[in-house]
Design a protein around this ligand. Sequence first.
Ligand code: GLU
Length: 591
Amino acid sequence: MRRLVPFVLVPILLVPAAPVAAHKAPNGPTATGYGGAVASVDPTATAVGLQVLRDGGNAVDAAVAVAATLGVTEPFSAGIGGGGFFVYYDAKSGRVSTLDGRETAPQSMTSTAFVNPATGQPYAFQEARVSGLSAGVPGTLATWDTALQRWGTRSLSRSLRPAADVARRGFTVDATFNQQVTDNQAAFAQFSSTSALFLPGGAAPAVGSTLRNPDLAATYDLVARRGIGAFYGGEVGRDIVTTVQQPPRAASPALPWQYEIRPGGMTIADLRAYEVRRPAPTHVRYRGYDVYGMATPSSGGSTVGEALNILERSDLSALGRTQALHRYLEASALAFADRNRYVGDYTARRVLDELLTDGFAAERACQIDPAHALAKPVLPGVPDGQYTGCATATGGAAPDLGQSTTNLTVADKWGNVVEYTLTIEQIGGNGIVVPGRGFLLNNELTDFNFTPTQGTAEDPNLPGPGKRPRSSMAPTIVLQHGRPFLALGSPGGSTIITTVLQILVNRLDLGMTLPQALAAPRATQRNTAAVTAEPSFVASPEGTALAGLGHTYTPMAEIGAATAIEFLGHGKLLACAEPVRRGSGSAGTVR
Ligand code: GLU
């Protein structure tokens, strides 16, 4: 996150200017008020969104402007080189809709694309990641365009303007930005375009320095003038294809890289064929609330939903924190086993819906032993409509990881709500800036499983032509009596699912306020031998008690970087971002 970013909204200037002084204090992580709200990881982006709302834009207009700004200030987590999932509550109709802007594999992709033909072994993760091979056809610009056309009140061109202005004028580099470059220095150094933008003078931009991205400003301006066709088939698209097919390698990289840099097979036809999908949201009832999430290719909605259904079999609020968290961990593991077995881009909707039935949840919940943690990995269940016992399937399971991505939450004065998670997959994506265009490409295709993970059963997440890799992104909108109660989401790879789930349990079952629910120590059980947990969770009294039940821990410094808005009634909004994680986020209300 950028902190203390000097910024005001001004018309586009044609010459680069120094960043201007803030006209008001940056927003902190929590805000209560009226007239609309924005929560994101970044104060500049939140300020842009609030200004759009003040100027009469709606939640969709603001969300696109926030996302475009994050593409500038959070270029390693988001941007037009990536994809994401957009969930929208429309106040007029009372309906929740979703947009699937996930990156898509090119037609040339095969099921063994991530297996080295020379050795028959899957590529090392970094070898697969830092390549043209890992880049999917980006969906982000098409998502913005579709969202604005369906529900917005402003043009894409107008919505890109504040972000283009930030890119042109520059923003102040903070410690998180500096660290993210430092962590990627060797990968970035391999590419002339990436080094030129993010390694000025051969090192990460200094904390406190101003970073300008005139190429990205020009790309936004070009799309503003010509529409997204400039990207999906036009000159930007051609540059993407060239970058993927012939990664722009530095002549003599300042740092070594131990892997071969492999080209990808994306073509201009793949870009032209890109489509935003509009799947029906997933839906479960949980303790009287209606919880809406993202359907395939994300596993976010179905996995959060299944775990909630399992948890609803017991009254968590009456059990005490340790038992509630025990069940949270076990429900997560069970739901992840099912996700890994059944959920991928081509999962039939009836299978996804079956995973979300109460009958299936009952069959899964009955496996939880209050006195002992289950041995992990647990086996997947059998969502066959016949639920009489504690049936399990056979075969293995595989977790996956990631830490990039960003999330934003917006509400407007009319009651519309946007929950939007967008990503370029790893922090720094595939490491390759499209030369002259100012944005990084994604490595989203490494979200496919490189080799089959389900034993003799079919793996739903192997690569394929035109296929979208399974995601864990879980933008979630919760309604109460048909009106928004809570909207939330987070980055964090597969920990996204448990972060969203844990915040819901904290807020709905454990009596925490929303800021407490976000701040609470996190733990994630994705059907692995040990629970991955923040040190503060491990050290808590519940952490100790859970160890007594047989849970073991792998510590992780930070899990997730959530944003959320709670609707307090009578138009009052509580907007929340992280108080500490990822350098803290930024929430604000219009009034
Ligand atoms: N690529 C991941 C997914 O779609 C998100 C990456 C992350 O949040 O770190 O699930």
